[in-house]
Design a protein around this ligand. Structure first.
Ligand SMILES: [Ca+2]
Ligand SMILES: [Ca+2]
Length: 80
């Protein structure tokens, strides 16, 4: 189960966390971090494609980019 890319016009590569270009963000995409986790250039295992925070290191901070905060339903209800 994963999140679906809801923009039909978007190219698969336009969604940064969809590493296998199947238009969903799943554990299959997260597993792609395993070979390069805790690497940085010039280590050949480092791949800039996975460096989502652009700090030249592949760490759990990049993996955390998969987590999108859910809206706070209580504050939304209070506003309406
Ligand atoms: Ca995917
Ligand atoms: Ca990084």
């Amino acid at each position: 189960m994963g999140r679906k890319l809801d923009r039909a016009w978007a190219e698969p590569d336009a969604w940064p966390v969809d590493f296998n270009n199947d238009q969903t963000a799943t554990t299959q995409d997260v597993l792609k971090y395993i070979p390069g986790l805790n690497t940085s250039p010039p280590n050949p295992a480092y791949n800039v494609r996975f460096d989502l925070d652009g700090d030249n290191k592949l760490t759990t901070q990049d993996v955390m980019k998969f987590i999108v905060p859910e809206p706070d339903v209580h504050s939304i209800a209070a506003e309406n």
